[in-house]
Design a protein around this ligand. Structure first.
Ligand SMILES: C[S@@+](CC[C@H](N)C(=O)[O-])C[C@H]1O[C@@H](n2cnc3c(N)ncnc32)[C@H](O)[C@@H]1O
Length: 342
């Protein structure tokens, strides 16, 4: 190797060690949520002794966990060494304190049931199971209920963002493909008078969606349709199709199939919005989309991460016009939309 300043830069293992131990951080955050540490702090139990007592762990373990959470910048500490007081940092205070309407604890624990499977990732990559619907085919109503407590806790925020980012004035019928809890439909129909919505999802999920629809007083505006969006016929008269957070779970041929079905179902002038974790066109990131793609090796589907350009291609090839990528949640989700020509 030539003797350049770069080749002389000292390499060390700190970056590799940090990545290798990143799951310790995940575990500390999840334990904080499960033990309701952040909620206890918000309620004033903000010393090691008080926290240990109220959450039922030893003071030594409270000290261990709180020290890690401070180093992770999830908590702040002030005051004397031994009698420090702890406080939640702003995002923790907003999203991880129970009973707040922004509480996202279930979403933080969303991937935990796959914890053991991730420990077997190399075996799973060697012996892959490839079922187009992945683990969804095994879902019972209780699984769907747990899964969508998590998607609802994060999905209502995304749904509000969606309704703020689009103009559905004058639209009459929205088809919410894989609509889960119904969050997008519930918010869109509340935002746009005269708009009704149908949540199409797998049969156990529609049972759960109906519970959220009822709890939000949206029964007169939102209905459900049990089916498989890759196979079931779509209802007629639809002028908006939304498909949110399903992209990496499906391979290109299946997304093309669903986009083609959506195009056929839409009335002329109708619009489709695909919201999902997408890769940049150079496929170098973002990490979140790349990891959701890798997650499909654990989920046992045929899905993988798609680039924004690929998704635009699926819409254009189906016949959509004015296809464009719109900013949604930077680094996490993009919204790719198209319109059916009149
Ligand atoms: C990650 S959730 C997203 C839920 C919702 N769109 C949201 O963003 O809050 C994906 C949803 O797609 C549904 N889904 C996946 N494949 C499906 C299929 N082939 N037919 C119908 N629904 C499907 C799942 O059951 C699940 O409810």
């Amino acid at each position: 190797m030539p003797d350049t300043p770069q080749s002389k830069a000292r390499l060390d293992t700190t970056r590799l060690q940090r990545i290798a131990q990143a799951y310790w951080e995940s575990a500390a955050l999840m334990a904080g949520v499960e033990l309701e540490i952040f909620t206890a702090i918000a309620r004033g139990h903000d010393t090691i002794a008080a926290l240990a007592k109220v959450v039922g762990i030893t003071e030594r373990n409270a000290e261990r966990l709180l020290t890690a959470l401070v180093a992770m910048t999830l908590l702040d500490r002030s005051g004397p060494e031994r009698n420090a007081r702890f406080s939640n940092t702003p995002d923790v205070q907003r999203f991880l304190v129970k009973d707040s309407d922004r509480y996202a604890g279930p979403w933080i624990l969303f991937t935990k049931p796959r914890w053991t499977a991730y420990g077997e990732l190399s075996q799973r990559l060697r012996n892959s199971v490839e079922n187009p619907l992945g683990a969804y085919t095994e879902f019972a109503i209780e699984d769907a209920r747990r899964y969508h407590a998590a998607t609802y806790s994060i999905g209502m925020g995304a749904a509000r963002l969606f309704s703020r980012s689009v103009d559905l004035t004058g639209r009459r019928l929205l088809l919410d493909l894989g609509g889960g809890s119904g969050a997008y439909s519930i918010v869109a129909t509340a935002t746009y008078p005269g708009l009704k919505a149908i949540v199409l999802d797998l049969p156990p999920v529609t049972v759960v969606a109906n519970e959220y629809i009822e709890a939000n007083g949206a029964k007169d505006r939102v209905s459900t349709l049990a089916g498989d969006f890759t196979a079931s016929p779509f209802p007629p008269g639809v002028d908006v199709v939304v498909m949110a957070s399903n992209l990496p779970q499906y391979e290109p041929a299946l997304i093309r199939l669903v986009v083609g079905k959506a195009f056929a179902a839409l009335v002329p002038g109708g619009e489709m919005h695909l919201i999902g974790e997408t890769l940049h066109d150079d496929r170098r990131g973002p990490l979140s989309a790349a990891l959701w793609g890798l997650n499909e090796a654990v989920f046992g589907s045929t899905g993988l991460a798609h680039t924004e350009a690929e998704v635009k291609g699926y819409l254009r090839d189906a016949g959509f016009a004015d296809v464009a990528v719109h900013p949604f949640v930077p680094g996490v989700l993009s919204r790719i939309a198209g319109r059916k020509p009149v």
